[in-house]
Design a protein around this ligand. Structure first.
Ligand SMILES: Nc1nc2c(c(=O)[nH]1)N[C@H]1C(S)=C(S)[C@@H](COP(=O)(O)O)O[C@H]1N2
Ligand SMILES: [Mo]
Length: 440
C-alpha cells in the first residue's frame, strides 16, 4: 500500500498551534485563533511562501497555508488522465482529482475519482450480453431479472448531469485524524449520466406498501479474497430512490462507464454520499426496513446525530445515517500556488453544489474571510447538477494571498471557513476551498 507523504499535515495534525509556533514563530489568540506573526516569523513564512503577506494580521493561526497544504504528487492510473489523479490507496484502488482538473462544466470520466471498497471486476471478464440486474427483496411483488439490453429498450432512457461526492471527501483535514482514505478535495465529479429511472424499473416489479429502503449489490469482490463476503451494500430511503433523477446508468458523457466507475451498470443517487451509488450493479433489493447490508450499520457513512467534541467517543446508537450532503464548492481555475500580475483583474471560477438543494449564493474572500465579495453564479443544468461560478478579483498590492470560496445553499446554510464538526469517521468536511496566489 502506497501512502502519501504528509509531513506538514502530520505536524499540524499533532498540534496546529505548536506547529505554527515552531515553523513560523506565530502565537495565536486562544479565542479567535487569529495569528500574531512576530516580525521574524513573518519574515520566515513570507520567505517560505515567496512573498510578503499583505493580510498577515488576519490569517488564522494553526491553518496550513494553502500553498503548502495541497501540494500533491500525481501518479499514473490506467484509463485515467496521467497526472490528473492522485492515488490515495492502491489496494483497493482509490484516487482523486486535483481540483484544477475538475474545471470542465461536465466532468470527463478520465478525471472522475475512484472509490473502491473492494476489488473491481476485470473488464475482460465482463460479458455485456450476459450481464443481468435482479430486482428482489421482501417489498417487491414480482421479482425480475433484466439484461442491459432489456433495460435500455423496456424503459424510457434519461440523461441528467448529476454530481457524486464521496462522504469522506476532505477527511484528511480532521483532527484527531480519522481512519480511512485521506481524501483532500477531489472525490467529487459531475458527469452526464444516461440510464433508466430506478423508479420505472421498481414499479414494473410492483412495490409493496411496506417498502422502506433499497439496497444494492455489485460484482466487486472482498479484499480478503473470501467470495462469500459482500464488499458494500448500501441504499437509500424509498422516497429518494423513487426521485426522477435516481438512475440505473450505463453511460457517462455518452460513453460506456469506466471500469473503475462501475462498468457496465451503476446506480446514481445524486446529492447523497456517493456510497449510495452502487457500482458494477447486479442486484437491487427493496426492503421493508432500513437496509442493513455491509457499511449501512455501525459507524459507516454515519455521523453523530448531535454534535460532539473532537475525539469524543460516540455510542453506535447515537450515530445517524448521512443523507443529503452539505453545501460545498471548489475553485477549479486557476490552480493552487499560481502567480498573478498586480494591477490586472484576476479571474477565478469553480463549481458549487449542495446535496439535494440548490446553491443560492457564492462568495470569495482575499483577506482570510474578513470580507466577502459576491460571485456570478449560474443555475444547475438540471436538479442535482453542480453550478458554475465566476469572479473577478483586484488585489490591492503585491504579495501572498489566499482566495477562499464560500457557497451558501437555498436554506441559507454556508460553508464553514475551517473544518466543520468533527466526527469519528471524518465525513462531511465542507470547509471553504482556498488557493494560494502570489501577486507580483
Ligand atoms: N459495488 C460498489 N459500489 C460502490 C463502491 C464500492 O466499493 N463497490 N464504493 C462506493 C463509494 S464509497 C463511492 S464514494 C462511490 C464512488 O464512485 P466512483 O468510484 O465512480 O467515483 O461508489 C460507491 N459504490
Ligand atoms: Mo465514498
Amino acid at each position: 500500500m502506497k501512502k502519501m507523504e504528509r509531513g506538514i499535515h502530520e505536524l499540524y495534525d499533532e498540534d496546529p498551534v505548536k506547529a505554527d509556533l515552531e515553523l513560523w514563530g506565530r502565537t495565536a489568540d486562544p479565542v479567535t485563533r487569529r495569528g500574531f506573526l512576530k516580525k521574524s516569523g513573518l519574515a520566515t513564512l513570507g520567505a517560505f511562501l515567496g512573498a510578503h503577506i499583505p493580510f498577515s494580521d488576519l490569517m488564522p493561526a494553526g491553518l496550513i497555508p494553502a500553498s503548502l497544504a495541497y501540494a500533491a504528487e500525481p501518479f499514473e492510473i490506467p484509463g485515467k488522465a496521467t497526472g490528473a489523479l492522485t492515488i490515495i490507496n492502491d489496494r483497493p484502488l482509490n484516487a482523486e482529482a486535483l481540483p484544477h482538473f475538475l474545471d470542465d462544466d461536465v466532468t470527463p470520466q478520465k478525471y472522475l475519482f475512484i472509490r473502491n471498497n473492494g476489488i473491481a471486476p476485470k473488464q475482460s471478464a465482463i460479458d455485456l450480453k450476459a450481464w443481468t440486474l435482479s430486482i428482489e427483496g421482501e417489498s417487491i411483488v414480482k421479482p425480475a431479472t433484466f439484461t442491459i439490453d432489456e433495460l435500455k429498450t423496456k424503459f424510457k432512457n434519461y440523461t441528467y448531469q448529476i454530481q457524486i461526492e464521496c462522504g469522506g471527501n476532505g477527511r484528511s483535514e480532521y483532527y484527531p485524524p480519522a481512519k480511512g482514505n485521506q481524501w483532500t478535495l477531489g472525490a467529487i465529479g459531475c458527469p452526464e449520466w444516461t440510464g433508466v429511472r430506478l423508479r420505472d424499473v421498481l414499479n414494473s416489479c410492483g412495490l409493496k406498501e411496506d417498502a422502506v429502503y433499497t439496497g444494492y449489490y455489485g460484482a466487486d469482490t472482498h479484499i480478503s479474497g473470501n467470495p462469500d463476503k459482500v464488499v458494500i451494500s448500501r441504499g437509500a430511503p424509498i422516497e429518494k430512490a423513487m426521485e426522477k433523477e435516481s438512475l440505473i446508468a450505463w453511460a457517462a458523457n455518452g460513453e460506456d462507464l469506466h471500469i473503475m466507475n462501475g462498468y457496465p451498470l451503476r446506480l446514481i443517487t445524486g446529492g447523497w454520499p456517493a456510497s449510495t451509488s452502487g457500482k458494477w450493479l447486479k442486484k437491487i433489493v427493496v426492503r421493508n426496513k432500513i437496509h442493513d447490508g455491509p457499511k449501512m450499520t455501525g459507524y459507516s457513512y454515519r455521523v453523530p446525530c448531535a454534535p460532539v467534541a473532537a475525539g469524543e467517543k460516540v455510542a453506535k446508537k447515537d450515530m445517524c445515517i448521512i443523507e443529503s450532503m452539505p453545501v460545498k464548492s471548489l475553485i477549479t481555475y486557476p490552480k493552487n500556488g499560481i502567480k498573478a500580475k498586480h494591477g490586472q483583474p484576476f479571474l477565478v471560477r469553480g463549481h458549487a453544489w449542495a446535496g439535494d438543494l440548490k446553491v443560492k449564493k457564492m462568495h470569495v474572500s482575499i483577506d482570510y474571510g474578513a470580507t466577502w465579495m459576491k460571485c456570478d453564479l449560474k443555475g444547475p443544468r438540471n436538479r442535482l447538477a453542480w453550478q458554475r461560478w465566476n469572479a473577478e478579483i483586484m488585489f490591492p498590492q503585491k504579495g501572498y494571498y489566499e482566495v477562499w470560496a464560500r457557497a451558501t445553499d437555498a436554506d441559507g446554510k454556508a460553508q464553514p471557513m475551517v473544518v466543520p464538526g468533527w466526527n469519528p469517521k471524518g465525513y462531511l468536511n465542507n470547509a471553504c476551498h482556498r488557493i494560494a496566489v502570489r501577486v507580483v
